[in-house]
Design a protein around this ligand. Structure first.
Ligand SMILES: C[S@@+](CC[C@H](N)C(=O)[O-])C[C@H]1O[C@@H](n2cnc3c(N)ncnc32)[C@H](O)[C@@H]1O
Length: 337
């Protein structure tokens, strides 16, 4: 499929394979230019332990949830009816502050890593208020487009040391204000060992030792309800489920040079999130798509994807990655799970 525009004509190589979600479109400034399973385990019912930590299986936590502390924290309720998204997969080259291509309640999962406003190639030197305003406007649009029980998973790192900027705490505040319910937090461990970057002037001294981050966060939010009220087909295997539901994930980072984007996350991270938190018929959204890692992973995993990105050069990288994957899939069958 080839869409001709004033900008460029991009060839999209749809394979038509049964395991693919079909061709996809690319839009610049809104114009087209390119192209439940349940895991159950029989176990004795346990209650919140009054002393130490109890077992989790078949856990009865009603005492905890009826406590005074929890009664002050927002609890979910049933949402309105979901709408079907009738489009196919799309890459849309414009700001995700307005995602009017997507109907309300039509997206099953949103996964993203936002810009951090830290002078990367794509960053604009925004004030903290301006930056958090962008995160809130996009978060509100994600909230509008998610189905009841749909998840918004945000990969974020904290910044600086003098002082430390706990972006993740600010993100919690913003997204809870929008209406999202937090359902957990994953610590993504990117590197194990001690690297060479050390604050030498405080070497082996209590004067000013500086922590070196080897982790980032994945904040997991849901809309309206704590589980998906709708039915769907899951792809997560028993072993993947057991591993993915642990709160620490060890996954090696992606090379910026290899992908051609200043801050890509690894495809293994996106696949794990999509596998755990979405059904096969879901639409997976990335409002800050960058090089399209979420879209590449979603396409591989037989989900439809919608990615928003303001930089046309990154949209091109995303299209290229998806096309290359589709071509390679033709040569090798998908083995998944
Ligand atoms: C951290 S990067 C995402 C990287 C991505 N996860 C990947 O694997 O390549 C954030 C991206 O958000 C894009 N961006 C910034 N503001 C945006 C906006 N208002 N709408 C859409 N994309 C935006 C930037 O150009 C950048 O590519």
């Amino acid at each position: 499929m080839c869409y001709n525009t004033a900008r460029k004509c991009f060839l999209l190589k749809g394979t038509g394979l049964s395991n693919q979600t079909g061709s996809f479109q690319v839009k610049v400034s809104g114009r087209i230019v390119k192209g439940a399973s349940t895991f159950s385990q029989e176990a004795d019912v346990t209650e919140t332990s009054k002393f130490g930590v109890g077992k989790r299986e078949g856990h009865n936590s009603s005492a905890f949830y009826s406590s005074k502390m929890m009664s002050r924290i927002a609890r979910g309720g049933l949402g309105e009816e979901n709408q079907e998204y009738l489009g196919g997969s799309q890459i849309i080259c414009k700001s995700s502050e307005v995602m009017d291509e997507l109907p309300d309640r039509s997206v099953g999962l949103a996964f993203t890593s936002p810009p951090y406003n830290v002078q990367k190639e794509y960053d604009k030197d925004l004030s903290l208020d301006e930056y958090l305003g962008l995160i809130e406007r996009v978060g509100s649009e994600v909230y509008r487009t998610l189905v009841s029980g749909g998840r918004y998973v945000i990969n974020v790192a904290n910044l600086g040391r003098k002082p430390y900027v706990p972006l993740h705490a600010m993100f919690y505040e913003i997204h809870q204000r929008i209406g999202f319910l937090p359902i957990g937090e994953i610590i993504w461990v990117k590197a194990k060992g001690a690297g060479e970057n050390c604050v030498w002037k405080s070497w082996m001294s209590a004067k000013a030792p500086s922590l070196r981050d080897v982790h980032e966060y994945l904040l997991v939010f849901t809309k309206d309800t704590f589980g998906r009220p709708d039915k769907g087909e899951s792809t997560v295997s028993r072993n993947d489920f057991m591993e993915s539901t642990l709160s620490v994930w060890e996954i090696a980072p992606e090379s910026a040079k290899r992908i051609g984007h200043p801050a890509p996350f690894p495809i293994a991270l996106a696949k794990r999130v999509i596998n755990l938190y979405s059904y096969t018929n879901d639409v997976v959204l990335d409002p800050f798509m960058g090089s399209g890692t979420t879209c590449v992973a979603a396409d591989w995993m037989n989900r439809r994807f919608v990615g928003y990105e303001i930089e046309p050069a990154y949209c091109e990288i995303a299209v290229d990655r998806i096309n290359k994957q589709r071509v390679s899939i033709q040569e090798k069958p998908i083995i998944f799970g």
